[in-house]
Design a binder for this molecule. Structure first.
Ligand SMILES: *Cc1c(COP(=O)(O)O)cnc(C)c1O
Length: 665
């Protein structure tokens, strides 16, 4: 991309953020003051006839002044320390997944905190629970799910504290769906239900084999749950209570993993499959749910660091052969370390094939789009339709590859999705989101699932039930301010390519631009250092490997890379002013690559394959390769001074660092 093709972001984006220089300080101050005053009027107008409970006189007392003194001292101390924070807002920060915050969200967050709503339930948050569910719908729409309750399945979404909890919730939901049918089987005869009619498969209650019951898709499980609930409704009260208790006591949520599997000795413990690039929250999730991290199977990735669909299919075939059930397959949309996009479409197609085989193997699909989820806006028409690849590609040099377009197009077939508004949504930390394609899955969650009918009465619709949010999610009390921030941001920037997509568009432009400039930097350094971008970026994250010319050993490459990184990293207790630019780091592990991918990588880097080993012994070999990692989220990276934009300047800075370190070698 030449300089004149750089997108015109300045005019369009200028009011969006507080700005690296605090350019919008007056706007921010004016709005905060206005809405703060508005809030105070609201307080005063609740019962204006009451006298103020804090006596006016107290404002002048000794104790009052002393308290103010102490408070201010501590606040000064805090903000003095905070000056050593990572300067996410500045275009010189190209490290982790953080940038400046969108003003609508930031202000909505701060202002709503004054009202302090608790989104655990509508009673504690009469306004913001609805905003949370609306924000969930906005995100579900962006992913291509149906959100019209008149059509089934209808999706829903809600906010979490972050992507980690949304991932836990994905597993928690899918466990409920997978394990429910075996519990339902224990009461179906009493309810007079014929499994073949409901499940639409040749299933019989006499056949003890648990496999077909565990290998049902989410929509079928929901249908089964509905049939059971309706049959229960038709029973006299006492029988209904007895059968409900029997059903509930047969469920995994009641028994726990150990006793459930003891009750079904022919059912092996299920596994979860993730690509080797998976976020570590998946391992934590397996430990926390009691499945155990040994049941998490890592599938190799290609030399693009994308899940290898052939390896996935082979692994699934092996598991089916072994009679090992699969709870879920996780695909990643924007891997945390490399920004790469897994072939969600292939995962969906593989599931289709395995469903049709006899015996069928079925599993939930969770898309972990914590990082890349908001890029879906680039693929959405304002009316909600999916944009064609040619249309998305207009204006980009490389993006989106066919694979990336197909992956985004296939999200709507997934069962559950994680997306993080506090990453590419440019919102303050503390807000992730969980989305389910079929919101009726919530009827399976929580211990009171089977009683929902009783309590709410026949008339209660799902919308009303879900406002009792705390019953259907992992968290309890939670800030309504995050819901307000997310909702307002999506209203100001609807999640399509013309509005929110403009922001993601510029991040991809930055990435393509830096990618090309790095090739030039590599040419300039060619006789001295081999600079390699080992994986073509799928999104807006770029990794760089640096190998001094003549070196063939992975440990030496790693030492060199770390010395460069030392001068780009945020150091606790060190003022950020001491740095020119900020970057982050990552490793590629030997064991995360297929042998072919390993060979491609060592060749690109000019490494002796023997120095890159599974069990690196430190001196002569290493089990990883060190990379610099840059996230290009800041929309002002193209802003120039003296003819050089931030990305040009970073390349120069990197070149200078490399030359200096070479001399020191
Ligand atoms: C960031 C990230 C997570 C974890 O999200 P948090 O918001 O940090 O809890 C999970 N998966 C992926 C792919 C991520 O990038």
């Amino acid at each position: 991309m030449s300089q004149d093709q750089i997108p015109e972001v300045d005019a369009l984006f200028s009011p969006f953020f507080l700005g690296a220089y605090g350019e919008n300080d007056e706007l921010f101050e004016k709005l905060i003051l206005e809405f703060f005053r508005d809030h105070v009027y609201w307080r005063r107008n609740l019962h204006p006839q009451d006298t103020p409970p804090i006596p006016i006189r107290a404002l002048h007392s000794e104790g009052y002044l002393e308290f103010v003194d102490r408070m201010k001292t501590e606040l000064h101390r805090l903000t003095a320390d905070l000056k050593n924070s990572a300067p996410f807002f500045n275009p010189r920060y190209i490290g982790h997944m953080a940038s400046d915050l969108l003003l609508p969200g930031l202000i909505a967050h701060l202002v709503t905190t004054l009202y302090n709503p608790n989104n655990v339930t509508e009673e504690a948050a009469p306004v913001t629970v609805r905003l949370e569910l609306a924000a969930g719908r906005q995100l579900a729409d962006m992913m291509g799910f149906n959100t019209d309750p008149a059509q089934r399945p209808c999706a829903w979404g809600h906010l979490t504290s972050g992507g980690t909890v949304a991932n836990y919730e994905g597993l928690w939901n899918l466990r409920s769906a997978k394990y429910y049918p075996l519990a339902a089987r224990t009461v179906m005869a009493e309810l007079g239900l014929d499994p073949a009619a409901i499940i639409r498969k040749p299933l019989s209650l006499e056949d003890p084999d648990p496999w077909p019951w565990f290998n049902l898709d989410v929509d079928t499980v929901v249908r089964l749950q509905k049939a059971v609930a309706e049959a229960l409704q038709g029973l006299p009260k006492q029988t209904r209570q007895r059968v409900t208790r029997k059903l509930e006591s047969a469920r995994v949520e009641h028994l726990g993993q150990a006793d459930f599997h003891a009750a079904h000795p022919d059912l092996k413990p299920p596994v979860v499959l993730v690509p080797l690039t998976a976020h570590y929250s998946w391992k934590k999730a397996m430990k926390m749910m009691g499945f155990g991290s040994a049941q998490l199977i890592s599938v190799p990735v290609t030399d693009h660091m994308r899940l290898d669909p052939k390896a996935l299919e082979a692994e699934l075939a092996r598991l089916a052969e072994e009679g090992r059930p699969v709870l879920a397959v996780v695909g990643i949309l924007g891997s945390t370390e490399y920004g790469t996009i897994d072939p969600i479409d292939d995962i969906v197609a593989i599931r289709q094939r395995l469903r049709r085989k006899a015996p069928a193997l079925d599993f939930g699909i969770h898309v972990d789009a914590a990082w890349g989820g908001y890029m879906a806006a680039l693929f959405r028409e304002p009316g909600g339709g999916l944009r064609r690849r040619e249309d998305v590609a207009r204006g980009f040099k490389y993006f989106p590859s066919l694979e990336v377009h197909q992956a985004f197009a296939a999200i709507r077939h997934a069962d559950t999705v994680t997306v993080d508004p506090h990453k590419l949504g440019y919102l303050p930390f503390g807000v992730g989101a969980f989305i389910a394609r079929n919101r009726e899955i919530t009827t399976l969650l929580g211990e009171d699932a089977a009683y929902v009918f009783d309590e709410a009465g026949e008339g209660a619709d799902t919308d009303t039930l879900l406002r009792n949010l705390g019953r259907y999610i992992l968290e309890g009390s939670k800030p309504g301010s995050m819901a307000a921030a997310t909702y307002v941001t999506h209203r100001v920037f609807p999640l399509d390519y013309k509005r929110f997509g403009k922001l993601t568009e510029v991040t991809v432009h930055s990435t393509e631009y830096l990618y090309d400039r790095l090739q030039e930097t590599a040419e300039r350094l060619a006789s001295k250092v081999r600079l390699v971008v080992p994986f073509e970026p799928d999104t807006n994250l770029i990794c760089i490997a640096l190998n001094p010319e003549g070196n063939h050993s992975a440990p030496a490459l790693n030492r060199f890379g770390k010395r460069i990184y030392e001068q780009l990293r945020v150091v606790p207790d060190q003022p950020p002013q001491m740095r020119e630019f900020f970057g982050s780091r990552t490793n590629v592990f030997h064991d995360s690559l297929s042998p072919e991918a390993r060979q491609v990588l060592t060749e690109k880097l000019g490494l002796d394959p023997d120095s890159f080993q599974s069990e690196g012994d430190g001196e002569n070999s290493s089990n990883f390769i060190f990379l610099l990692r840059h996230t290009l989220m800041n929309p002002w990276l193209f802003s120039a001074s003296e003819g050089l934009n931030y990305l040009d300047r970073y390349c120069r800075h990197l070149e200078a660092l490399v030359l200096k370190e070479l001399e020191a070698l």
